[in-house]
Structure formats: structure tokens, C-alpha cells
Design a protein around this ligand. Sequence first.
Ligand code: CA
Length: 244
Amino acid sequence: MTNKILIVEDEEDIVTLLQYNLEHEGFDVCTETDGGKAIEAVAANQPDLMLLDWMLPEKSGVEICRDLRENADFRNIPIIMLTARAEEADKVEGLSVGADDYMTKPFSVPELIARIRALLRRVRPTPAKGVLEFEDVKMDLETCRVTRGTRFVHLGPTEFRLLQFLMERPRHVFPREELLKSVWGNDIHVELRTVDVHIRRLRKAMNEGGEKDLIRTVRAVGYSIDTREPDEADTDGDTSVSEE
Ligand code: CA
């Protein structure tokens, strides 16, 4: 998944440098040069992380940081402060108003990128790295590649997360409510039926090469990944790919 970084910085050269390098590293980047519009930019872009300059026209980075931390919607956005100040007291002030990390200009871009990645990992730990395997299905969590035998399976991000969740505990039946909560998150209003829609897409992609159906539908309960043959008692009729 692509992380979106919002850069709030009034020095155009730094914005250009950062945007170029971050995009090169695979991040989505949005920018704002006016401190007074920083909060609006956060609301409009919903970034995964924010690089925030200290000295900005209209509103300082410290004020912006404080405002964000007092706002229930934006409280959890990871913030790295960028500043020309190097005094220990300033650093402490930056961190005490809620910045997660702090870099002093001039900074090394590779170090900044390393800190961005570290912060993203910390705030949103990714599940175990490596490869999940079940029967002929392989899921490489680092490259996000899924294969069945030698065939590459194309999955959207939601189907990928659904499959990952099922693969982490093979044969365990997950209620649809649990899948909804884990894959879509707590505060998103999604109907239970949405889970069924994405399971259907997942199943279609997984079985496209005529492989055995490993997604088991347990009627009125939920789903699992299992080798057990579907039977009338525990399927709701959507196990057949040919119906798609
Ligand atoms: Ca500045």
C-alpha cells in the first residue's frame, strides 16, 4: 500500500527536493507552503505522515502541531518536524507539542526517508514479514505477490488483506464481523454484505486458473481458508466460480 506524505514547508527548494526523492521512493506526496492552510491540507489529503517545517508564514509548525494534536480527527497523524533550529530546547519543545520525530536542516534525505519508514512502521506495525503458504497458495508479504502454483494471482488491496487474514490462521472460521473489523477498520461504515462481495472477488481471482476452491463459506457464520470440500450444509451457493 502506498503511503501518502504531506509536506508543509515554505521553502520551495526543499519542497522540490523532498517531493522528488519521496516520489522516487514510492510515496504519494502532497504539499502545502502556507502554514495557515496546513490543517485544511491535512483534512483534504488525509496523509499517513506529515513533514512539518517549524518556521512558516502565518502559523508556525509548533502551533500547527499543537492544533492537530488537539483535534480528535488528526490526533494520530505521525509528524516529523523539520527545522533550522538545532538547540536542544527547541527540539524538546517540538516533541512536547506532539511531533513524533525531529530533523534539523540541513538534513540528509536518506536519513529522513529512513526515519519516515521507521515512524510508519511504529505507528502501523505491519504483520509478520515473510511468506504465507497454504496448499498451492503462496503470499509474499514483502513483495505483495500471490501465486497459485506457478500462476500469478492479481488481487486488489482489499482482497489481498482478506486473503492475508485468512492465511494467517488456516482452517479457522472468521465471522464476517471480524473480517470487516480487521480488514476495513473500526470506524469505517461498511455493510456486512461488502465482505461477501470482496470474498467473491477474491475467490474468482484465486480460482481463475481452474484451481481447487480453498475459500470455504460457512453459512451464517463466515469464511475460512480450508481444503475441506464445500457441501450444501455449509455453503451459501456462492462458492461456484462459474456463476460469476
Ligand atoms: Ca521555513
